[in-house]
Write a protein that binds this ligand. Structure first.
Ligand code: ATP
Ligand code: MG
Length: 384
């Protein structure tokens, strides 16, 4: 399913374990940013059943979309690619006009995937629904350059990990779908699955190796090709990178993946204002920090030859996570939080206390997550 690595087009599926973390805001504005830097870009609303990407782009929902393509044979995929108000940016709407596309048949899903692979563009961004539905995992695996969005909150972090684990497992299921022995071994794992008692990916690959050494090699190779990157969203403080580093450790240890960190977005009140006023952020937030942060992600994507494993100028930094930490520290002075949380203008005691409470709550969450990771990696090796 994964397209060849020398494919010039770059398909970037954007997913999350938990809903409401800022995927659609990122996809819309990253699409606008890539297009503004001269890249022919298409953003596709694949959150079927809950499509809302048009609102973030400032496009009226009167255009036919994937729902029409699936419901009406006379509608070609090229008919649902519409121009956006931004030069170089096209948009494929979801199923706002014709609903019911959420429960795609296998053939419908294949047809959508094939048509996305054929789209002529420099970058194709896919706005996915949240969670680990099979269809979402299959859309995520269209390309090896998936982006996972998470807030620094522990539930979001753990769900991001859960999503990636499901994606790796799904990749193995796809890879071995026509190899009976391995395929049966994988479905037995699903059947026997019990809470907190599923084998790690390393153990699954080991199990595959007992059936066929060659198959285990193929499994390792396929997993190794996944170049997943993380975008942190709605952050409050540079220290939020600590919990992201914990997520990275968990992914590396348990999933045998080497994720990169593509960017760090602070919570920015202007995003809410734009949504509430139904105006595109690109119009009202031209000088905002959030758009600067998203521009930087676009630049990393465009300028890194081996995106996303090697962001721009990475040689100067330890790695992409260290770079994101430096960026988060640099940006901290310009954050635009909720007006009620402002500390820079005559802070009164209540506001400072509120802020301190917020930071301690975050620290507590980090401690809890570190405890979970410790339990997973030390106490329960082999069982999670
Ligand atoms: N950086 C941010 N700062 C402040 N608010 C944000 C930020 N990013 C997103 N939001 C707000 O959070 C809400 C959810 O954002 P969005 O719709 O992009 O999430 P999502 O992950 O696509 O959700 P879903 O899973 O439902 O599709 C929106 O109201 C948006 O305005
Ligand atoms: Mg969304």
């Amino acid at each position: 399913m994964i397209i060849s690595e020398d494919d010039r087009r770059k398909i970037l599926p954007v997913a999350s374990g938990k809903g409401g973390v800022g995927k659609s805001v990122l996809v819309a504005n990253l699409g606008i940013a890539l297009a503004s830097f001269g890249q022919r870009t298409v953003v596709v609303d694949l959150d079927l059943g809950a499509s809302n990407l048009h609102t973030y782009l400032g496009v009226k929902n009167r255009h036919r979309g994937i729902g029409n393509f699936l419901a009406d044979r006379s509608v070609a995929f090229s008919d649902v690619r519409v121009r956006s108000p931004y030069p170089n940016l096209d948009f494929v709407p979801g199923d706002v006009l014709v609903t019911g596309a959420a429960n795609l048949s296998h053939a419908q899903k294949r047809s959508v995937i094939t048509n996305i692979e054929k789209l002529d563009a420099d970058y194709i961004l896919l706005d996915l629904g949240s969670g680990s539905h099979f269809n979402t995992l299959d859309f995520f695996l269209i390309s090896n350059s998936g982006i996972i969005v998470t807030t620094p909150q522990a539930p979001s972090i753990l769900n991001a990990y859960g999503f990636l684990k499901n994606a790796v497992f799904r990749l193995l299921q796809q890879t071995f779908s026509d190899q009976k022995g391995v395929s049966r071994f994988l479905s037995d794992i699903v059947k026997e699955r019990q809470p907190n008692a599923t084998p790690s990916i390393a153990q699954i690959v080991e199990g595959i190796g007992k059936i066929s050494k060659r198959a285990a090699g193929v499994a390792r190779e396929q997993i190794g090709r996944l170049r997943t990157s993380i975008v942190v969203s709605m952050a409050d403080h540079p220290e939020d990178m600590e919990i992201v580093q914990s997520l990275r450790a968990l992914i590396e240890d348990r999933l045998q993946l080497e994720p990169s960190c593509l960017g760090f977005l602070y919570y920015d009140y202007i995003v809410r204002e734009a949504v509430n006023d139904t105006v595109p952020l690109a119009l009202v937030g031209r000088d905002s920090l959030i758009l600067k942060e998203i521009d930087r992600i676009a630049q990393k994507i465009i300028h890194s030859e081996r995106f996303p494993e090697m962001p721009l100028d990475l040689e100067e930094y330890e790695d992409s996570f260290a770079l994101a930490t430096i960026e988060a520290e640099d940006d901290y002075g310009s954050i635009n939080p909720h007006p009620g949380m402002r500390l820079d203008e005559n802070p009164d005691e209540a506001t400072v206390e509120e802020f301190i409470r917020l930071i301690s709550a975050q620290k507590q969450q980090i401690r809890e997550l570190q405890g979970t990771i410790h339990a997973l990696t030390m106490g329960g090796r082999g069982q999670e």
